[in-house]
Design a binder for this molecule. Structure first.
Ligand code: ATP
Length: 318
């Protein structure tokens, strides 16, 4: 392969830049031309390409967000739009593509591979919601951001003897919530993976209040319930003064953690090596500390393993 493009797509995640840098450096060290594609598939369709040199990715390994920007571009589901994007690639001689993003981005990558443009996916999302990889790029940084926020909330929650609810991201994946809950000594972790019995939650907090417990932390994944309404119901039922907090996009920004930079760098190298071998339609994974790859089709047919033991440990430690 003589020329490779790299794009970031879907939600941004800290560490994406480290992956872009790794792709660019690996290409340049192998004598392969490399282009940064702006704005995900939108920029691919519009031909927004920038040829990288050795200096293009200087000073980005430690920066959050994505220098290539990201955009939602549902039009890419249209086969005609994909053919037009391939024409743009051909115009600059770009033969293959590294796609850094989530599940949706992988679908676009597989469609391009079917049309003869080899694509390799790198999992970039804070949610850790991609099957067959232990971690996605951005998860560790977001987790650390949540832990820092929860430590601060604990101070005020303890001082005022309150129950504090913190809503975190993750979509349908509870990994951010359960790991943060374990790291911060949460009383209760609620995610869509484990289900949610409000009566049980209230009963548990009532018992805590009746016992020695003076404050409590509840971590909950987004989209499970309205946390402000939940706070009101908990307060009414238990007498615990309760406040809800939504961390929101604060979780998406910030300097990538060391773990995310290492993961992104290793995955970026691997992606270029696979393209060099003429492979496509594969998703890079980390399994037990080893960087490997699986066919995207296998990944689409797979479910994430719910880390049951982490949820059990939360119960054991409260
Ligand atoms: P995140 O997990 O952060 O949301 P994602 O990659 O899952 O990331 P999506 O918005 O689902 O985010 O997808 C990103 C982009 O991938 C879409 O805007 C669209 O351009 C492209 N895409 C998604 N699904 C498909 C599909 N079925 N076929 C072709 N392209 C797709």
């Amino acid at each position: 392969v003589k020329s490779i493009g790299v794009l970031t797509s879907g939600g941004d995640a800290p560490g994406m830049n480290a992956a872009v840098r790794a792709v660019a450096r690996t290409c340049l060290n192998k004598g392969i031309d490399v282009y940064g594609v702006m704005l995900g598939y939108k920029g691919l369709h519009e031909g927004q390409f920038y040829k990288f040199n050795r200096h293009s990715t200087r000073n980005i390994i430690n920066i959050g967000g994505t220098i290539l920007k990201s955009a939602r571009f549902p039009e890419f589901k249209n086969p005609q739009i994909r053919l037009e994007a391939i024409e743009q690639m051909k115009a600059v001689g770009m033969e293959a593509l590294v796609v850094i993003g989530g599940d949706g981005s992988y679908h676009g990558a597989l469609e391009l591979t079917k049309l003869g443009v080899n694509c390799i996916g790198i999992p970039g999302t804070i949610d850790n919601d991609i099957p067959l990889t232990d971690h996605t790029i951005g998860f560790d940084t977001a987790l650390n951001t949540i832990v820092e926020a929860l430590d601060r909330l604990r101070d005020t929650s303890g001082s005022h003897q309150r129950c504090t609810i913190l809503e975190v991201m993750g979509r349908t994946c509870g990994d951010l919530a359960v790991n943060a809950g374990l790291a911060c000594g949460a009383e209760i972790v609620i995610t869509s993976e484990t289900g949610f019995d409000e009566e049980k939650v209230i009963e548990r907090l009532r018992q805590s209040k009746a016992g020695d417990k003076k404050h409590a932390i509840v971590v909950i994944t987004e989209h499970v319930t309205d946390v402000n309404e939940l706070a009101k119901r908990i307060e009414a039922a238990t007498g615990f003064e309760t406040r809800a907090n939504v961390l929101g996009h604060l979780q998406r920004g910030g300097r990538p953690s060391a773990n995310d930079r290492v993961l992104a760098s290793r995955m970026g190298v691997r992606a270029v090596e696979l393209l060099e071998q003429g492979k496509g339609g594969l998703a890079i994974c980390e399994q037990g500390g080893v960087i490997t790859e699986v066919p995207m089709l296998t990944l689409f047919d797979s479910k994430r393993d719910v880390p049951e033991e982490l949820y059990e440990d939360v119960l054991k430690l409260r």
